[in-house]
Design a protein around this ligand. Sequence first.
Ligand SMILES: Cc1cc2nc3c(=O)[nH]c(=O)nc-3n(C[C@H](O)[C@H](O)[C@H](O)COP(=O)(O)OP(=O)(O)OC[C@H]3O[C@@H](n4cnc5c(N)ncnc54)[C@H](O)[C@@H]3O)c2cc1C
Length: 428
Amino acid sequence: MTAQPGVSSGVASGVASGVASGVASGVASEGRPGCVGDSEGHPRSSGSAHDAWATPERRALRDLVADFTTREVVPHLARWEDDGALPRALHARAGELGLLELGFPAAAGGVGEHLDACLVAEQLILSGGSSGVCAGLFTHGIGVPHVAAAGDPDQIARFVAPTLAGRMIASLGVTEPGAGSDVAAITTRARREGDEYVVDGAKTFITSGTRADIVTTAVRTGGDGHRGISLLVIETDRPGVSRSRLRKMGWHCSDTAELHFDGVRVPATNLVGAEGTGFRQIMVNFAAERLSMAVQAYATAQRCVDLTIDWARTRRTFGAPLAQRQVVRHQIAEMARVTTVARTYVRDVLARWQAGHDVVTELAMAKNTAVAACDAVVDRAVQLHGGMGYMHGVEVERHYRDARILGIGGGTTEIMDEVVAGRIGLDG
Ligand SMILES: Cc1cc2nc3c(=O)[nH]c(=O)nc-3n(C[C@H](O)[C@H](O)[C@H](O)COP(=O)(O)OP(=O)(O)OC[C@H]3O[C@@H](n4cnc5c(N)ncnc54)[C@H](O)[C@@H]3O)c2cc1C
């Protein structure tokens, strides 16, 4: 096993080097019998995109995440949901375990592939965590990849390294009160004055925005349209930054904020890449974000299938367990079917995306497939739990609320359909 650059602590280097060689074994294991992972990574069959999810090193990563989730997330999750935010110490712990650097380029202190970051999210949910925990703990996955990819050593040292170590919290600020799906319509303005930009405007629905130390912010430095947009890292302790917490339907442990910038002075050295390239940088990173959300959707569905099977086997009505009623059995079989189809398809698209294929259409289809499966499954899971499924603090109730955002964030279901429609020839 070869240790990767940027790996410092003993525990982290164990994970990181394992993941690095896991990538290699994943390639080497193509076609080897007994290497295809199911939701838990157990062998099932061979010769598909699933092989890479079940290398020995990735099984070890899964075990690590399962242990971390069981010991350090699940016992506290109800409190964090009530608090409306995750503690900063959880970021430090995830950084110490090497979970935050996965999927980042080696030159920016990262290791492994996007699949590794997705596997971590998948296992965290399967072990009793939630997509809300993923949103709050892994916000760096949308907050700093642009900075890492732009490759400025000073920015990597100031923003990426401390974020991947869990000492800094990074957010992404694109959405505005007047512009969400239509990113090219943003109006937050950054005016150049000497060695600084002066920023005025507002961002809304920003994940981890109440805790973030930095926000990678889409700003208008040029004229109208997508060519006038740049990315600027704004430190939230700068004069003129104010923020307020937004309350919402689900993802309660993941704080969400509205941010206001009132004459905020930011050094020009915080510009990410060249002026006018912000829109392209945002779009490039959307692919990874959409895949992550698709993984969270099928993982949430799988967790609800598992919980519902346990429930149906023990809950008795009219003298027999629910699991013996054919109508219940068939509903759970259908929940398992749509979940399996979603997992299989998302993993296939992820593998092809990582291999450099053009999967823009399939990526949009994959997100919608996984979200549709998740929506159907969480609904059935609550129904089959009866009144208990409606009770606060029961896990399926939380997944039901948390799931609703997955078809809205990272590009809505309708925007995904528009991407598909344009690519299959409906644009004339
Ligand atoms: C909990 C949460 C966390 C978020 N985190 C972040 C974050 O960290 N950073 C960030 O920048 N943003 C974040 N967002 C914002 C999110 O990305 C947007 O909400 C999303 O992109 C949709 O934008 P909008 O809310 O402005 O809806 P709109 O764009 O106003 O859309 C409203 C409705 O119209 C539909 N619609 C829009 N255009 C079309 C069209 N052309 N054809 C058909 N239908 C259309 C949409 O699908 C939707 O159903 C978050 C949102 C939430 C709720």
